[in-house]
Design a protein around this ligand. Structure first.
Ligand code: HEM
Length: 162
């Protein structure tokens, strides 16, 4: 034990025991973290390059820039992949951390749910599903010039388009 034991974090020791039969989800989660990590390097640096470096650089970022990008199905699918790979990667990483540091309860159902472990896992699943749903809807339904909107609420390029 060290002198600063009060601030030391325990060694991670997953207390989640794997079933011996069936699909080894823990292994596939491990594989997913590596495969998505490689893809994320490409997606994240491509995103940063196009938004912050190419063209006029960081000063080009505004509502019109986003509208322009999402007018192209290429950038819609690019951002969709970035959203899903990063969010599922981040959530699966947080799931690993919860398993490493919080003991799963022995009970099931409501007895499982009303424990720190159950609350954290439930909050993780709910927030992931909400963010994936909202993010996907925003990417594919975004309309910078919605029909019937008052002209003074619309960006100037909408009048040019009509
Ligand atoms: C350049 C992009 C990225 C690469 C190459 C990458 C790679 C990795 C790898 C290989 C692991 C597994 C580490 C292990 O099992 O010990 C990991 C864990 C993790 N990643 Fe990423 N990642 C990237 C981006 C992200 C992003 C954008 C997020 C958040 C949305 C994120 C959140 C996490 C979390 C929470 C963990 C779990 C950490 C832990 O177990 O201690 N990563 N990452």
């Amino acid at each position: 034990m060290t002198d600063n034991a009060a601030t030391a974090i325990d060694n991670p020791r997953s207390t989640v025991v794997r079933r011996r039969k069936g699909v080894n989800w823990e292994k596939w989660g491990w594989v997913y973290m590596r495969a998505s990590g490689v893809l994320l390097v490409v997606l994240i640096f491509g995103h940063l390059f196009v938004n912050l470096f190419a063209g006029e650089g960081v000063t080009q970022l505004d509502f019109g820039f986003v509208a322009g990008k999402w007018a192209s199905s290429f950038w819609q699918w690019y951002d969709f992949l970035l959203l899903w790979f990063a969010l599922v990667h981040g959530s699966n990483g947080i799931r690993t951390i919860i398993n490493d540091y919080s003991t799963p309860p022995t009970g099931t159902g409501i007895r499982w749910l009303l424990t720190p472990h159950g609350i954290m896992k439930t909050a993780l699943v709910v927030s992931t599903v909400v963010l994936l749903t909202l993010g996907t809807l925003v990417i594919f339904t975004f309309d910078p010039c919605p029909a019937g909107s008052p002209a003074d609420l619309l960006p100037s390029f909408c009048s040019v388009a009509r």
